[in-house]
Write a protein that binds this ligand. Structure first.
Ligand code: CFM
Ligand code: HCA
Length: 538
């Protein structure tokens, strides 16, 4: 893997190479005398090099598309040229299910101010105010959110001022997001901007008390219906799910979310700081969970039950796991022998490149290279590195909310329970990151670009490459199947037990399809560049 790494980097001019060297690392784990294992340091959350073809998206995508996109009853208005609104219109496959047709669901709509040249020259605030008013007249929503695109920041429209005026005028919650595409180095900045505003403007509005065993699920976005399966499992266990941030969610769920007793973080990257803020302000502790993979799902359910430490809940959780597992074993018996030993590469987002390794392991498949588009060092190396992360100018650009205990709402009993559980050995806020779970010497690459992925595929010829829509067809033209781990290629759900079974079937179909061996056109030399060279395989 060292020589492969060199090959990836050799194509670059010196300065570019120096930067990429930090982000392309061989997962060499070193144990010291006491047996403590240290992981290599990886460069992450820094600017993409201009000119490379990155997988990344922008802050607006992270804010409007990722975090607020899945909430069904907030009217989300994109203030900007129509392309930004159009591209983020239902492309992410975040599903929702309103209880009845009477309930609001604005997700099928695309709201935009459709800025024109004259708005760029003379300002777009008036057009925005009009759009908010028009949306209110038509839909009478509970809340309206406004998302800034690049030109809005460049010309200096004050979306927050317009939002405040319209809130006053219409009497509903109207709030804005300064999530101009260029605001940060990736989607990750947009997550933070979105979460801060939801925390400031919505969380804490409704103090309705919740039943026992109440939780929030943070960082689950219901792609392909994943959250539906998780909701079903939790419900069967008797766990009261107050809010999901933000898959299949509503405004009222966010407003009441501070009343949950425990926060469960699924996608660490997009939301871990909200869990911290809730703990500081309201008291409930948080744990990391993962519902991708049957084993991980069982472990997560058990971890929740263990927190509440109640025999009745433990029994319910065990009953649900026993109901679900026979079908999982059955499916593993069918699909594992067909997939065992095959090699996958995963380059996605900020959490799935880690979570999905669980599912591949259940199929006996190896992850030989992986990385995130925009995760931070803690997502790779674990939360222990948090104190060592240098805050650069780009990160400082994103507001860090200062949060104190709320004198009227802080729940000391939740805090006391957390302390008692911790004394009994229960671990909170624990996340060891992607590298700890990856094989020794595997390549870990942050913000991979087209050149690097092409070289990796050419040299290692994996059996499966996982990425997004921009990568998919370039990869497949090289004779390697590409599974989209963002949209699931119209498939899914893949979470929980039934989701795992869906995934096994799908991966079997892809890695065992004959078509990939027929990709060589008859006129080309058999020993062409797409064939794996003997030295690079494995
Ligand atoms: Fe979290 Fe996500 Fe992801 Fe993400 Fe995303 Fe996504 Fe993703 Mo696409 S919040 S980091 S910004 S798990 S949209 S649902 S699939 S890149 S790995
Ligand atoms: C985003 C959304 C995205 C893109 C997926 C892709 C998603 O980052 O703006 O590149 O295929 O999951 O829809 O990550």
């Amino acid at each position: 893997s060292e020589s492969l790494r060199d090959d990836l980097l050799d194509a670059y001019p010196k300065k570019t190479r120096r930067k990429r060297e930090k982000q392309v690392v061989v997962n060499h784990k070193q144990a010291d005398e006491s047996g403590l294992v240290s992981l290599p340091v990886i460069g992450a959350n820094t600017r993409t090099i201009p000119g490379v073809i990155t997988q990344r998206g922008c802050s607006y995508a992270g804010c409007k598309g990722v975090i607020l996109g899945p909430t069904r009853d907030i009217v989300n208005i994109t203030h900007g040229p129509i392309g930004c609104g159009f591209y983020s219109w239902l492309t992410r496959r975040n599903q929702t299910l309103a209880p009845t047709d009477e309930h609001d669901n604005f997700m099928p709509y695309c709201f935009s101010t459709d800025m024109q040249d004259e708005n760029i020259i003379f300002g777009g605030e008036k057009k925005l105010a009009k759009a908010i008013e028009e949306a209110y007249e038509l839909f009478k929503p509970k809340a309206i959110a406004v998302f800034s695109t690049c030109p809005v920041g460049l010309i200096g429209d004050d979306v927050h001022q317009v939002a405040a005026e319209m809130k006053e005028k219409l009497g509903i919650n109207v709030f804005g997001f300064s999530c101009e595409g260029y605001k940060g180095v990736s989607q990750s900045a947009g997550h933070h901007i979105a979460n801060n505003q939801i925390f400031k403007h919505v969380v804490g509005e409704d103090d309705t008390k919740r039943g026992k065993w109440s939780i929030n699920l943070l960082g689950e976005y219901n792609i392909g219906g994943d959250a539906f399966l998780i909701e079903d499992l939790l419900q069967r266990c008797g766990i009261d799910l107050v809010a999901t941030f933000s898959g299949n969610s509503t405004y009222d769920q966010f407003a009441n979310s501070h009343m949950a007793q425990l926060n469960c973080v699924m996608c660490h990257r997009s939301i871990n700081y909200v869990a911290d803020m809730m703990e500081k302000k309201y008291g409930p502790p948080w744990i990391k969970v993962n519902f991708i993979g049957a084993k991980a799902t069982a472990k997560s359910l058990r971890k929740i039950a263990e927190y509440f430490d109640d025999q009745e809940l433990t029994e319910k959780v065990e009953a649900v796991i026993s109901e679900e597992y026979p079908a999982v074993f059955e499916a593993q018996k069918t699909y594992k022998p067909r997939c065992e030993g095959k090699r996958a590469m995963l380059f996605v987002g900020g959490s799935r490149a880690h979570h999905y390794q669980e599912l591949f392991a259940e199929l006996g498949m190896k992850t030989i290279a992986a990385g995130y588009e925009f995760a931070h060092r803690d997502d790779y190396e674990g939360r222990d590195v948090l104190p060592d992360i240098k805050v650069d100018a780009d990160s400082r650009n994103i507001e860090e909310l200062h949060v104190d205990a709320d004198p009227d709402h802080y729940r000391g009993d939740d805090r006391a329970k957390a302390i008692e559980r911790e004394r009994a050995g229960y671990k909170f806020k624990e996340y060891d990151g992607l590298m700890a779970d990856m094989p020794e010497k595997a390549l870990v690459i942050d913000d991979i670009n087209h050149h690097e992925s092409e070289e990796l595929i050419r040299r290692m010829k994996p059996d499966l490459f996982c990425a997004g829509i921009k990568e998919k067809y370039a990869v497949q033209k090289m004779g390697v199947p590409c599974k989209q781990l963002h949209s699931y290629d119209y498939g899914g759900p893949y979470a929980g037990f039934q989701g795992a079974i869906n995934f096994y079937k799908e991966i079997d179909r892809m890695v065992n399809a004959k078509v990939w061996s027929m990709i060589q056109p008859p006129w080309s030399d058999q020993a062409d560049q797409n064939a794996p060279s003997s030295s690079s395989v494995r």
